[in-house]
Design a protein around this ligand. Structure first.
Ligand code: NAD
Length: 557
């Protein structure tokens, strides 16, 4: 299970174009997407197989990675490769409509589903952390979350600021794989942002990829710049280097209150994600290695200070929300009893979309040609002329987003929309408008594929937040519908013990068989989002279920 040392690892880049070495396009797509997840343009730490989200990995070890690639190249069209926490464990004879790959990542029996158990198994080489799209091979870089983040800030703008964030300042932290989307998303929603990040290399990366506009020299400098942009009504993003557990409390001391406050550091993982407050001569890696208990205790202490400051800013009038990293729970564990006084972003701004099965729909051009993405952008603009959010997002994205790795796009579509888009892409591959097949997938942060009581299923109307039958049904439905590859994970963005979720990927290779698979998968998968919310009693979901023809016997629909 030993990983090669970083210097031994050559940069990985997925093959491009219409020629394949695997025996079918699904296998070829899985191989290219695994490789793309580890492309240095895409992954946060490719040398250790870490794609994003703290330690979310694409394969358990370099040996496992190479075996997966070799196996995908020899996998027949009636076989299925099984991946257990990033390790290829078996090839089974199945049938041509079955998924070519089934993956299970980081799953533990609930009583043992703790970071301590996971860490022990991880150290023993028996598991890896799959996050959401890292271990399921459908991460597309920071753009992947940009649309979701934009939906969130646009939702906040609609709910609290008359539809635009113009003239507002948002303070947040974390410029990692996901968090790096925040400054651009706030800007797209019209606002000014200050993002605190401890690691200067992350700040530089976001400047280089145009997700961040400028860096301030200090917190005071950041505030002065933000005030000036706010007064001019200019949308602009400012980064500042420092520990959020120091700088957010300093906002309280300075008596300066932003309009919105949130956070996207990797608080879900107290050992490998959130950095404690360190003295100038202290090294985080050495402290973690030599005194892990001390490290963890100090990370918790820092998260408690951070959340106390968020609560203080909320009391002073800031709109506070948790951005899906479990920071509130960590702070509560560290003694902040009222940490949950501010809501998660899903009940605050996203649930209505989930009731329509609306969620992330992403696609990747295996040709490697950005023109293929431009063609699909135009096709979707034509297909959904009345969807204003989609129109403004896609028009912006087409002009402004720098691709990382294989050219890719994301937008949010609902039930009976995703299947139409997928079939259209398949037709475009068939008639040569696209130069090679398209991979279609989604984040696990979606309407019907996740149980996560502090995030996607927080504050469900019927109290069913922790019921994880739903993601298991989603996993089964994806397999029954003929997904290209299907995954079931534990932990994801909120950490061990806090969520279970399924991921679906399909491939449009232009064949009639693909059209059937795409129709079933991209109807049933978002359909489960509507079903889950209708079952929980949301009126909008009940209406959508009736209007769009779902068959829900227990609800008389
Ligand atoms: P990441 O590990 O790539 O980045 C986290 C960043 O936080 C790093 O750049 C790190 O240097 C910085 N950081 C850590 N501690 C800090 C501190 N005390 N002060 C300032 N900066 C600090 O992770 P990511 O992919 O960006 O994800 C961030 C978090 O958001 C994770 O917990 C993830 O699970 C969660 N997440 C939420 C959603 C969502 O739907 N809202 C989606 C994906 C991920």
């Amino acid at each position: 299970q030993t990983a090669a040392s970083p210097s031994d690892v050559p940069a990985i880049r997925a093959p491009r174009g219409p020629e394949r070495t695997a025996r079918g396009w699904i296998q070829e797509a899985a191989k290219r997407m695994l490789m793309n997840n580890l492309d240095p343009e895409v992954a946060e730490h490719p040398e250790t197989l870490v794609v994003y989200g703290g330690r979310g990995k694409a394969a358990r070890s370099w040996a496992a990675y190479h075996t997966i690639v070799e196996t995908l190249d020899r996998l027949e069209n009636n076989e299925t490769l099984l991946i257990q926490s990033g390790k290829p464990v078996a090839v089974l004879k199945t049938h041509e409509w079955a998924p070519r790959v089934i993956l299970a990542n980081s799953n533990l029996v609930p009583h043992w589903a703790t970071w301590e158990t996971f860490d022990r198994l991880d150290r023993a080489g028996l598991m890896m952390y799959g996050q959401m799209t890292a271990g399921s091979w459908i991460y597309i870089g920071t753009q992947g979350i940009l649309q979701g983040t934009y939906e969130t800030f646009a939702g906040a703008a609609r709910k609290h600021f008359g539809g635009s964030l113009r003239g507002t300042v948002t303070v947040t932290a974390g410029l990692g794989g996901m968090g790096g989307a925040q400054p651009l998303a706030v800007k797209l929603a019209g606002g000014v942002s200050i993002t605190i990040e401890i690691d200067p290399t992350r700040i530089q990366k976001r400047l280089d990829t145009r997700y961040l506009d400028e860096v301030a020299h200090s917190l005071e400098d950041a505030i002065a710049r933000a005030e000036s942009y706010r007064a001019q009504g200019v949308a602009r993003s400012i980064g500042v280097q420092g520990n959020a557990a120091v700088l957010v409390p300093r906002l309280v001391e300075l008596n300066w209150t932003p309009d919105l406050i949130t956070d996207q550091t990797s608080a879900h993982d107290p050992m490998w994600g959130y950095l404690p407050i360190l003295a100038p001569d202290e090294d985080a890696a050495a402290l973690r290695e030599e005194r892990p208990d001390d490290y963890r205790a100090r990370a918790y202490e820092a998260m408690a200070a951070h959340v106390r400051a968020i609560l203080a800013l909320q009391t002073r009038g800031a709109v506070a929300f948790d951005y899906g990293n479990n920071l509130r729970h960590r702070a509560q564990e560290a003694g902040v009893e009222n940490a949950f006084d501010y809501p998660g972003f899903v009940p605050a701004f996203i649930r209505d979309s989930f009731c329509e099965g609306r969620g992330p729909f992403r696609w990747v051009a295996l040709s490697g040609d950005p023109e293929d993405i431009r063609a699909t952008d135009s096709a979707l603009l034509e297909l959904f002329p009345d969807d204003e959010r989609l129109q403004s997002w896609l028009s912006y994205a087409a002009g402004q987003i720098a691709f990382q790795g294989l050219p890719a796009r994301i937008c949010w579509l609902g039930y009976r929309e995703r299947d139409r888009a997928a079939r259209l892409f398949n037709e475009m591959v068939a008639d040569g408008r696209l130069k090679a097949p398209i991979v279609i997938g989604r984040d696990h942060l979606d309407a019907g594929s996740v149980a996560s009581p502090y995030r996607e299923t927080e504050a469900m109307r019927d109290g069913s937040d922790a019921v994880s039958d739903w993601p298991l049904l989603n996993f089964g439905v994806g397999i029954a519908s003929g997904a290209a590859w299907m995954s079931f994970h534990h932990g994801g963005g909120v950490g061990m013990g806090f969520s279970q979720h399924a991921g679906l990927v399909a491939v449009a290779d232009g064949t009639p068989e693909a059209a059937k698979r795409l129709s079933r998968c991209l109807t049933n998968d978002p359909g489960l989002g509507v079903i889950r919310h209708a079952d929980a009693g949301y009126d909008r979901a009940l209406d959508v279920a009736k209007e769009r023809g779902l068959d829900l016997p227990s609800l008389g629909i």
